[in-house]
Ligand binder design. Structure first.
Ligand SMILES: C[S@@+](CC[C@H](N)C(=O)[O-])C[C@H]1O[C@@H](n2cnc3c(N)ncnc32)[C@H](O)[C@@H]1O
Length: 335
């Protein structure tokens, strides 16, 4: 289904010179997304949004760019009103920035908890309290005057900025109506084209799409723990699940470097060391879950996500352990 506000936004985009062969609807799991209204051939234009419907802030940490989005949200006659009306509500957005306090410990991992407390939420709070004003182009009071907003509301706005922006130009983070309704598919099917020649942003079909098919893009090569903290969902496509980023042998909390997907195949001592490392992760994880007890159901969406994360983590580690043990057995110590 499509709501009245969503239809009005599509009409507005058309009137403003946008083009699209899609509509807004819901996936079978109930997630809002973008779907074709006709058969579309590979290479054809799916969506074109002209520049004047785009909203950009400087490419700075989300909390420091958020005041400009706040300002837009508080502007009664924003040029983007039809777009702003379809943005998700406070309870419909989840990232590390607004991760509910009571659930943080159920991430059940020191590195994940540290990311949420020591990075996402800490930066949000310090910005909210004015401690980063020195670095900021626009501070919160400059954006919205003396209006009082709560920290949870600020976290929600930061979460939206972080989870709904595209890097169309080097120095900008851009929110693009309709394009920001496309869900993630790691298979990287359809392509974003922001070359400046079009004075706007285009999405081009990456394969033949049948009428009614979902139009996705990729948010990047992300694992479930990264997707959870940046976008509030898990990778449920990859099976068997990939190791969480925090469980990857090259994970380093200090740098955000991409983790290689190349499976470890030798030498033997490295395989043995990796088996020990993964067994250790699994046993520490299980005892931690035991000590934590059941996940509270205050927010069923978050509780389900965490349950899913725990299950994926177990399956991914067990699967990798079996693969490594299989390697040792097959090569009889001759790796
Ligand atoms: C850029 S928005 C996409 C549109 C979003 N579904 C909406 O209705 O506003 C990103 C958000 O969509 C949801 N999302 C995107 N891809 C998803 C997927 N593959 N599975 C579940 N939720 C997804 C997550 O809530 C994510 O934070």
């Amino acid at each position: 289904y499509i709501t009245k506000d969503e239809q009005e936004m599509l009409d507005w985009i058309s009137q403003e010179g946008g083009e699209f062969k899609v509509t807004i609807s819901r996936t079978s799991a109930g997630v809002r997304g973008v779907f074709t209204t006709q058969d579309v051939r590979k290479g054809e234009l799916l969506i074109y949004i002209p520049d004047h419907l785009v909203f950009s802030v400087r490419n700075v940490p989300a909390a420091e760019g958020a005041p400009l989005l706040l300002k837009e949200l508080f502007t009664p006659c924003s040029r983007l009103t039809p777009y702003l009306r379809v943005l998700p509500r406070e309870t419909q957005v989840l990232t590390g920035y607004n991760f509910p306090e009571e659930y943080i410990k159920f991430l059940a991992d020191d590195n994940l908890e540290l990311q949420v407390r020591g990075s996402f939420k800490k930066h949000c709070r310090s910005t909210f309290e004015g401690q980063n004003d020195e670095n900021m182009m626009t501070t919160i009071p400059e954006a919205i005057g003396s209006v009082n907003i709560s920290l949870p509301y600020f976290e929600y706005v930061v979460s939206m900025l972080s989870s709904r922006t595209f890097s169309l130009r080097r120095d900008a983070l851009s929110m693009v109506p309709l394009l920001d309704l496309m869900n993630h598919d790691i298979r990287d099917i359809n392509q974003l084209d922001s070359s400046r020649a079009y004075r706007g942003v285009r999405v081009v079909a990456g394969k033949d799409l049948a009428k009614g098919e979902e139009v996705t893009i990729t948010y990047g090569n992300m694992r479930s723990d990264e997707l959870l903290l940046y976008y509030g969902f898990l990778d449920t496509i990859t099976d068997p699940p990939r190791l969480l980023a925090v469980d990857h042998r090259n994970y380093n909390p200090q740098d955000g470097a991409e983790l290689p997907d190349v499976p470890l195949t030798g030498p033997e001592e490295e395989v043995r060391a990796e088996i020990l490392r993964l067994k250790d992760i699994l046993s520490q994880f299980e005892s931690r879950l035991q000590a934590l007890g059941p996940i509270p159901n205050t927010n069923p969406y978050v509780a389900d996500l965490l349950q899913g994360l725990h299950e994926q983590r177990r399956r991914a580690v067990r699967h990798e352990l079996a693969r490594l043990q299989g390697l040792l057995a097959a090569h009889g110590g001759d790796l």
